[in-house]
Design a binder for this molecule. Structure first.
Ligand SMILES: CC(C)(COP(=O)(O)OP(=O)(O)OC[C@H]1O[C@@H](n2cnc3c(N)ncnc32)[C@H](O)[C@@H]1OP(=O)(O)O)[C@@H](O)C(=O)NCCC(=O)NCCS
Length: 189
């Protein structure tokens, strides 16, 4: 009961604290700082596109922008919308999330529709949960009626983020490329 109350209080605290925006030049310094923080923490950078291997902030911006538009989509890529979750009080980018509009074989089996992360300094404040919550209406708008999200079994934070947003466990699969197991969850929209 106490735990339930605490959760409700946390949810209230994080609601209406963030807004989603697509990346623009204005946010590039912050995106690069997000990358630095993740690298220093040796953390995964899910939901950021090719940020880890990008040569420069502008190279990253050009690529994710191209991937958001059918007319500029690079050959063989999947239409993907990149969002930054920005804290309203200080305009800080705290989380990043990507929505893949449809599947290729790999996404359908393993990676799913959505990837996300929170910058290491801002974790455990409810931001990933809120970022995913804010993203689901967009998924409906683009015509999806359910989304697939995958997480590794040893990633309780991601699992709880998914469950808090209504995710339902389907099964665990083995991803051969990285030799990892992945739990598959569906959120019906
Ligand atoms: C997974 C990740 C996005 C969570 O971000 P976050 O902003 O800290 O998440 P939240 O604060 O919304 O917390 C979500 C839930 O996970 C729990 N949690 C957070 N960090 C945790 C940890 N290290 N261990 C266990 N639980 C944790 C929270 O308590 C919360 O659970 P609750 O709602 O039941 O109380 C973040 O750890 C991250 O960026 N990891 C690297 C990238 C990644 O793994 N992305 C997911 C790919 S599927």
């Amino acid at each position: 009961m106490k735990e339930q109350k605490q959760k409700a209080a946390n949810a209230e605290k994080s609601a209406d604290i963030l807004r989603l925006t697509v990346p623009t030049k204005e946010y590039l310094d912050q995106v690069w700082d997000y990358r630095r923080e993740c690298l220093e923490a040796d953390s995964h950078m899910d939901g950021c596109g090719p940020l880890r291997r990008a040569g420069s902030p502008s190279e990253w911006l050009a690529f994710v922008t191209d991937c958001m538009n059918p007319t500029s989509l690079p050959e063989g890529r999947i239409l993907t919308t990149q969002f930054l979750a920005v804290r309203k009080s200080d305009n800080k980018v705290v989380s990043m999330i990507q929505v893949r509009h449809y599947f290729n074989e790999y996404l359908e089996k393993y990676a799913g529709n959505i990837g996300y992360s929170t910058r290491p300094e801002e974790r455990r404040k409810g931001y990933a949960t809120e970022t995913l919550r804010l993203t689901l209406p967009f998924c409906r708008e683009i015509g999806l009626d359910k989304v697939l999200i995958a997480c590794e079994p040893d990633n309780p934070a991601s699992r709880r983020t998914i469950l808090a947003n209504g995710g339902v466990y389907e099964c665990t699969v083995h991803e051969p490329r990285e030799d990892i197991d992945l739990e598959r969850y569906w959120i019906v929209l």
